[in-house]
Write a new protein. Structure first.
Length: 315
């Protein structure tokens, strides 16, 4: 479920709850909660007849909003009580802002929803940073902890249909227009699930061949989504540079560096996706990639068994 707080500058809030193809029972509960609400703010409910995918669903939610600023919230996360106040203060303090990213408190949960252990985003490079630092453009931000100006959608709305990583796309679009603001405040309790073995619990993913192969498969899917998002960002950046009037500003120089770095990063991601199926001859042709971990030259089953053996020895 996608829910947002849509705020005007007089402090009036508009709550929008939107769900992809929810069951009748779930939507009925949402409807009853709406009817029972007696507060001063407005509430909108939306249920899509079929799953639209995350980017099209967000476009639908943004179109339902009445005001300029939208604070996003995904269904399994929680806003801290002070979130709206901090973001509202940032909106006033940074009038040039188009996208305001905040930090989160990350917890890892079992499928039943019980927190297992606290974690930190710094430990998860897949979420926190994708490329060497050059300003803030390369950092990943979590959409569920963001506030976004609705007008940010307009210039590049034709690039859509990302299966995930839409927050990367939105944050980068704001950075292109020098409207990205990053807050250090932890404003959202962000829930990750322990079933995601490739990102959440790397200590366990090599305990046997079954979890090793599941981890490889999961990582492949994640990287394919990263590639899709990064390619969309490259297209958007090229469109931005074509229409930019001042080609010599320091910001545009940074954008051009980012573009070249990002293209190189896409090539690296493709190697991460393809290497398990490569023959030895093809691997040798890509030696600069494999020299960082020569063990990947081994066939995947041999490489996996070796990692599992190392896991048991460490224990």
């Amino acid at each position: 479920m996608r829910s947002v707080l849509n705020q005007d500058y007089a402090g009036k809030l508009e709550y929008i709850f939107s769900d992809d193809a929810s069951s009748d029972g779930t939507f009925q509960i949402m409807r009853e909660m709406e009817q029972a609400y007696r507060g001063s703010h407005s509430i909108k409910l939306n249920r899509n007849e079929q799953n639209m995918g995350i980017t099209d669903h967000l476009e639908k939610v943004y179109s339902l909003a009445s005001h300029e600023w939208v604070m996003r919230m995904d269904g399994d996360d929680r806003s801290f009580p002070h979130r709206c106040r901090i973001l509202a203060e940032a909106i006033i303090k940074y009038p040039q802002a188009r996208y305001i990213a905040s930090d989160v408190e990350l917890v890892v949960c079992e499928s039943a929803g019980q927190a297992v252990w606290p974690a930190h985003l710094e430990e998860d490079k897949g979420l926190r940073a994708f490329l060497p630092q050059d300003g803030t453009a390369h950092r990943a931000f979590l959409g569920t902890a963001s506030a976004i100006r609705r007008s940010l959608r307009a210039p590049y709305s034709e690039i859509r249909n990302l299966s995930m990583c839409e927050d990367l796309y939105e944050a980068h679009r704001a950075w292109l227009h020098e409207g990205l603001v990053v807050l250090r405040n932890k404003l959202v309790l962000y829930v990750e699930h322990s079933s995601n073995i490739s990102r959440i619990n790397p200590r366990l993913k090599n305990r046997n061949m079954e979890t090793f192969l599941k981890g490889i498969s999961r990582l492949k899917g994640i990287n394919q989504s990263f590639i899709q998002a990064q390619e969309a960002i490259v297209r958007m950046t090229e469109m931005f540079l074509e229409s930019c009037p001042d080609k010599n500003s320091p910001h545009i120089e940074s954008v051009c560096r980012d573009l070249e770095n990002r293209k190189e990063f896409i090539r690296e991601l493709r190697m991460e996706v393809e290497w398990p199926e490569m023959t030895l001859g093809r691997k040798m042709r890509h030696w600069p990639y494999f020299k960082r971990n020569p063990l990947k030259l081994l066939p995947l089953p041999v490489y996996g068994r070796l990692l599992c053996l190392m896991y048991r020895l460490k224990r």
